[in-house]
Each structure stands twice: as C-alpha cells, then as structure tokens.
Design a protein around this ligand. Structure first.
Ligand SMILES: C[S@@+](CC[C@H](N)C(=O)[O-])C[C@H]1O[C@@H](n2cnc3c(N)ncnc32)[C@H](O)[C@@H]1O
Length: 204
C-alpha cells in the first residue's frame, strides 16, 4: 500500500470534494454511469477507491439486498466515512485495502467501477490485470470521472502534492493497456458529463 497517498487522502476525507452529498450537477453523470455499467439488482460490484461512500450508496441501492458491493480504499479515514455513510446497507462491505493487493472473497464480480481513482493506481497496467482476474467473463469495467481527462490531469499536475504524477493516460495508450489486459474496449466518452470508459471481458 502506498502510505504517502493513503495519508494524503486521510487528510482529504472531510474536504467538500470528498464528503459533500451529490447534487443536481452530479445527477446526470450518475445516471449515465449506472446506465453504462448495466447495473442491475442482485449483481456483485467491486468499487476500488470508494472514498467517503457516496457512490457506494448509489450502487447499493441499485444492486439491492440480494446484491453485493465490495468497497475498498487505502485511506483509513475514507473507509471510516464510507462505513458510516453505508451503515444502513448490509449489502456493502467496506475494506481498508489496496486494489492491487486485494484478494476477492468470491469467485468473480459482475461489475468493477473505478470512480475517480484510476489515475492514482501506482501501476495502472498491473491494476487492470488484477481487475481482469476478479471480473466474471462478460463482466463490465468502468473507469469514470465527473470531469474530463484534461481537467483531471490539469488538476493533479497543478496540485504540487503526492498526486501530481497521477494522470489518466491518453486515449491510445489507455486503449492499448485495456486490450493488453484482455478487455474489449466498448466505448470511451470524454465530454461535458466527464470521462467514461467502458470495457468488457470476453466470454469464452
Ligand atoms: C479522488 S478519490 C475518489 C473517491 C471516491 N471514489 C469519490 O469519487 O469521491 C480517490 C480515492 O481512491 C483511494 N485510492 C487511491 N489509490 C488506491 C488504491 N490503489 N486502492 C484502493 N483505493 C485507492 C484514495 O484513498 C481515495 O479515497
């Protein structure tokens, strides 16, 4: 686990960008995310980098009581905030864990949603390979952000902090990494609703 990054995010757990409830601006972005993920009742969803659990709660409502949301985060403070936000949803397990080192407690997830976390993986190709190993055949991976790739990379570069080199790769590089790890890229949208990459594991 990257301790410097975990500590950085510990200090952000109360910041408005991490803690404030979603509002009108986020509503169409979440609707697109849920639609593109083809989320449905009863599914098992892995959510690395869950932060304070705002999306975890949305996912829990869609998969319902027969579904499962495994929410992970390297920051203990984010995990604590997430646990308290999803306390009423027994279908959510919140773990203090790093995606790259995580061993899933079940055979495979139906969906993996990387929401505003992909740039922070220290080895993005290794993270994709790990996620491919944890997804069921035919399962969907989303890499989602509420802002565009350009805005994400600008924000991180200018931050001058431990996340300043945490960037989303360009579209061609991303497509190559996705293909190299066994996924099929289905779409990549980068527009006023943010960045949304959808990939699927082929069925045998
Ligand atoms: C920018 S925040 C986004 C949080 C949340 N998804 C949201 O949209 O509000 C990124 C989160 O990912 C977590 N994170 C970073 N690297 C991680 C990794 N390798 N495994 C799991 N979580 C990670 C951070 O601690 C942080 O809470």
């Amino acid at each position: 686990m990257n301790r410097a990054k975990a500590e950085f995010f510990d200090a952000q757990a109360q910041a408005p960008w991490a803690a404030e409830e979603y509002g009108e601006l986020e509503r169409p972005k979440i609707a697109r995310l849920v639609r593109e993920a083809e989320l449905a009742s009863g599914q098992a969803v892995l959510e690395p980098g869950c932060g304070t659990g705002r999306l975890s709660r949305v996912l829990a409502e869609v998969v319902g009581g027969r579904g499962l949301v495994e929410a992970l985060d390297i920051s203990a403070a984010m995990v604590a905030a997430c646990r308290s936000r999803v306390a009423a949803y027994p279908q959510v397990s919140v773990r203090h864990a790093c995606l790259e080192e995580f061993s899933a407690p079940l055979a495979g997830f139906d969906r993996i949603i990387c929401h505003q976390v992909f740039p922070h993986f220290d080895d993005q190709a290794a993270a994709l390979a790990r996620m491919a190993a944890m997804l069921k055949p035919g399962g969907v991976l989303l890499v989602a952000h509420f802002i565009s790739a350009e805005e994400i990379n600008d924000t991180h570069r200018k931050a001058g902090t431990v996340v300043q080199h945490d960037l989303l790769p360009g579209d061609e590089e991303m497509a190559a990494m996705i293909a190299d790890t066994g996924f099929r890229l289905e779409s990549l949208q980068d527009d006023e609703l943010g960045y949304l990459l959808k990939a699927r594991l082929p069925t045998p």
